[in-house]
Design a protein around this ligand. Sequence first.
Ligand SMILES: Nc1ncnc2c1ncn2[C@@H]1O[C@H](COP(=O)(O)OP(=O)(O)OP(=O)(O)O)[C@@H](O)[C@H]1O
Ligand SMILES: O=C(O)C1=C[C@@H](O)[C@@H](O)[C@H](O)C1
Ligand SMILES: [Mg+2]
Length: 173
Amino acid sequence: MRLHLIGMPGAGKTTLGRALATAYEVPFRDLDQEIVRREQRTIPDIFAQDGEEYFREREASVLRDLIAELPDLVLSTGGGTPCFHHNLEVLLESGLTLYLAVPVSELVRRLQRQAASRPLLAALPDAAALETRLAETLAARQQFYDRAPLCCAAPACSVEAVRQLVERYNAAV
Ligand SMILES: Nc1ncnc2c1ncn2[C@@H]1O[C@H](COP(=O)(O)OP(=O)(O)OP(=O)(O)O)[C@@H](O)[C@H]1O
Ligand SMILES: O=C(O)C1=C[C@@H](O)[C@@H](O)[C@H](O)C1
Ligand SMILES: [Mg+2]
């Protein structure tokens, strides 16, 4: 089984993905972490040294590599992954994709202390600016996220809740 998690930065894709992989007893990969491993530098460094376009190309190619390599996989994507280089089509065709939906107010709470490690959110002066940026980003990305066949909304999105969603989905198709 391949299960892909998509959603905004701070939605909990990495945290939940790791727990789901343990529960399903399949390998876990985090796309951001795989890019960092292969590039031997952090995401802020990649953005600063080579720009977002380069990052998006690496993201698209590492995504395709992981899917080709691992028939069983829980994959946590980056927040922007489904929105570039036809990655959403790749995700939809190669596994079951779940959108982890979290309100902007909750994302602000979670990301306030971590914005510096996320280049697209760095250098914002305060929580209000972070909230505006996240709301604009979500508005642009919603059309991609909404194409996932499964959606789980915070705070109900536990490992058990996702397992039930997947079970119901598989029984229905
Ligand atoms: N269900 C949850 N409830 C509260 N906080 C959470 C929950 N899941 C994750 N967090 C916290 O929110 C922050 C972001 O979580 P995480 O890194 O898993 O998100 P992400 O979706 O992978 O983000 P990114 O797209 O930036 O990689 C972390 O500090 C994490 O501890
Ligand atoms: O929302 C985004 O576009 C990003 C989210 C992170 O997961 C990283 O993939 C990177 O910082 C870009
Ligand atoms: Mg993550």
